[in-house]
Design a protein around this ligand. Structure first.
Ligand code: MIC
Ligand code: SF4
Length: 641
């Protein structure tokens, strides 16, 4: 049997382990990216590792999340990040230059390379034929320090895209269809490899829309081959020299194959409050809407916004709708301005936002009370928009634009003949907002008063005893655990302050109770910690004294973050035992140091006087990291760089 593209890239980067499904492998990381909301911790962690410069081929620090200044905090973070970039040899993409994933795709992505990013949507660059993986900041710091990145050797799921997409079917509709089929936990432990003649009809940013939302499937990554389409894109970016052809073998061995007939697809929508609650737009047509947000790392490319401009041209947004558009990068904004499309958007009544994440993560454009918001972004989790009772629907740019005109959810097929956007042979490119590394190693890190040192933690104790502080249901997201939004995001560099907000939307007493009972244990359902890569969702609970989480299953990035900060992530052997536990019960886990090696831990519920066998499926290395009190401590103890 031949090799998949995934296997070819892993093999070329293999440093540790054997490529056996489910076994841990360590791979070399060529490139890293960070963004400002996760970057401050990542660089503080890198600093703690004591190196004078990054060891990667390329590292980029982006400012794209916290660009709203309501006080000094975000500005201080940006200044710190700029000083860290200068000190350690990192490219610095300034605020206003665009969303990390869009800019990385345009300017830095390289076929066949590995990319580790402290943001869960890092697989966006899989649209370029990279193996691009999202991780917590500490893992990215370790990669910058030259450590391999460890993953469980994934299953490779081949999604064969067949035929030409039906009219008005966008890349977003394709990935929504994949989410409908696989659900938000269907990608856990998998890398999704897209092939098939249908892929030839998707340009690189469209492919990137699809790989971007692989994060919502829980997949380790998603990837497209690197072919003539990629070559054209790189040429348009003035980077033809970066092209190499990279395809899976024709007889590649896949664990599973799913065919999707693109000519049979129709426009889709994800209903509140999960990206996998997908139905056809035509089934929900007519729902009145209050606002539309077009943008985010999923749908903010030149072609996306040109299509929107075509639909809006000469028309006016419905008076009941507030339409905001955030182009993904300065390059996109510039090219739209230069060809007049930006004027069409403005004339139609669109409010243009800066090139940043913005409303996607609750920064601006929070919907009105019980408001309905159509968004081209990737997550519609409850409360993420900033309004607790808002209803967020996820759609393509085409559906968003036509609905903004009609004031209700509308199937774009009513527009008749589809529009075709011509992509320039060469984009106007200007990297003036990217500051290259200067090599000034004597630069001082500039820290404002809101940037606090990372708390240190003790090695794991042999016995964990604690009250069940909270019991949550399936698919709890990191947005539930550690909310984002304009109010809380400025605290990302201050763990004591941000920890006050842990689980705030579900139970506002959590932080207080946790502190007063000296910490405790969390009980979770399936897919605990899905969504973002924010390590704050592990570090802040740890700071409050949480030492173990017992769940039915964990999301990949969050589970690694728990290990990195010394929280024991364990899984009920019998998922029915979840039902037996109540908040307030006292759980005890004994003989951890001996039993963890044999994966033989047992949780004792002292209130019910019952025992629940649990398992962890951790590698030997992960066990060591846990026992030593987290990854930073483990690296310090090892001192082997
Ligand atoms: C998100 O989309 O939730 C974020 C904000 O980009 C996060 C990163 C973060 O929390 O800073 C992500 O996806 O990893
Ligand atoms: Fe930014 Fe939203 Fe993309 Fe996260 S999902 S990187 S917040 S645009």
């Amino acid at each position: 049997m031949g090799q998949s593209l995934t296997h070819k890239i892993i093999e070329a980067h293999l440093i540790d382990g054997e490529m056996l499904k489910g076994k841990e492998v360590g791979i070399r990381i060529d490139q890293t990216l960070t963004q400002d909301a996760t970057g401050t911790l990542a660089y503080l962690e890198f600093e703690a590792m004591g190196l004078s410069a990054v060891k990667t081929e390329l590292s980029v620090s982006y400012i794209d999340h916290n660009t709203l200044q309501t006080g000094f905090e975000n500005a201080d973070d940006h200044r710190f990040l700029q000083s860290a970039a200068q000190k350690y040899g990192i490219f610095f993409s300034r605020a206003g230059n665009g969303i990390c994933h869009q800019v990385h795709l345009e300017r830095f992505s390289k076929p066949g390379k590995t990319l580790l990013g402290s943001d869960s949507h890092t697989p966006t660059c899989g649209g370029m034929g990279m193996l691009a993986i999202g991780a917590g900041g500490l893992d990215v710091a370790a990669a910058m320090a030259g450590y391999p990145y460890f993953i469980k050797m994934p299953e490779v799921l081949n999604i064969r895209l067949r035929n030409k997409p039906a009219d008005w079917v966008a890349a977003k509709d394709i990935i929504l269809e994949v989410l409908r089929i696989l659900t938000v936990k269907g990608g856990v432990g998998k890398i999704i490899e897209y092939t098939g003649d249908g892929a030839l009809h998707l340009d690189v940013p469209e492919r990137a829309t699809i790989t971007n939302m692989g994060a919502e499937l829980g997949a380790t990554s998603s990837i497209f081959p690197c072919d003539g389409v990629t070559k054209k894109f790189l040429h348009a970016q003035g980077r033809a020299q970066d092209y190499i052809e990279l395809l899976p073998d024709t007889n590649a061995d896949y664990d599973q194959t799913i065919d999707i007939l693109l000519d049979k697809l129709v426009p889709m929508v994800a209903l509140p409050h999960m990206p996998d609650r997908v139905v056809r737009v035509s089934e929900k047509q007519g729902i009145p809407i209050d606002q539309v947000f077009i943008g985010s790392c999923t749908n903010s490319s030149y072609a996306d916004l040109m299509r929107v401009a075509h639909i809006l041209k000469g028309k006016r947004v419905d008076p009941s709708v507030s339409l905001v558009i955030a182009p993904g990068s300065k390059q996109v904004m510039h090219n739209l301005a230069a060809n007049g499309a930006l004027a069409e958007l403005i004339n139609a009544g669109a409010r243009i936002l800066e090139c940043a994440c913005g409303p996607c993560v609750g920064i601006g454009q929070a919907p009105p009370t019980k408001g309905v918001s159509l968004r081209t972004s990737n997550r519609n989790f409850e409360g993420r928009s900033g309004t607790a009772d808002a209803e967020v629907y996820l759609v393509s740019c085409e559906t968003a634009a036509v609905s903004a005109l009609s004031g209700k959810l509308t199937d774009p097929r009513i527009l008749g003949e589809k529009i075709t956007v011509k992509i320039p042979e060469k984009f106007t490119v200007d990297d003036g907002m990217i500051i290259p590394p200067t090599g000034k190693k004597d630069t001082q890190l500039i820290m404002g008063p809101n940037i606090k040192p990372i708390p240190g933690f003790e090695p794991m104790k042999d016995v964990i005893r604690g009250e069940v502080l909270i019991k949550v249901s399936d698919n709890i997201t990191t947005d539930h655990i550690m909310p984002a939004g304009a109010k809380i995001l400025p605290l990302r560099s201050n763990i004591p302050a941000i920890s006050e907000h842990v689980f705030e939307a579900i139970d506002s007493t959590f932080a207080e109770r946790s502190k007063s009972s000296g910490g405790g244990i969390i009980v979770g359902g399936y897919n605990y910690g899905q969504g973002s890569s924010r390590e704050h969702a592990a570090l802040a609970p740890k700071y409050l004294g949480v030492n173990a989480i017992v769940a039915k299953s964990f999301a990949r990035i969050h589970m690694q973050n728990l290990i990195n900060f010394g929280i024991l992530p364990i899984v009920f052997v019998n998922s029915k035992h979840y039902d037996d536990v109540n908040e307030g019960d006292i759980l005890v886990i004994e003989n951890i140091i001996r039993l963890i090696e044999q994966d033989g831990l047992v949780v004792l519920n002292t209130v019910k006087n019952r025992q629940y066998p649990v398992k962890h499926n951790l590698s030997k290395r992960q066990i060591k990291v846990l026992l030593e009190g987290g990854l930073l401590q483990y690296i310090k103890n090892k001192q082997h760089i």
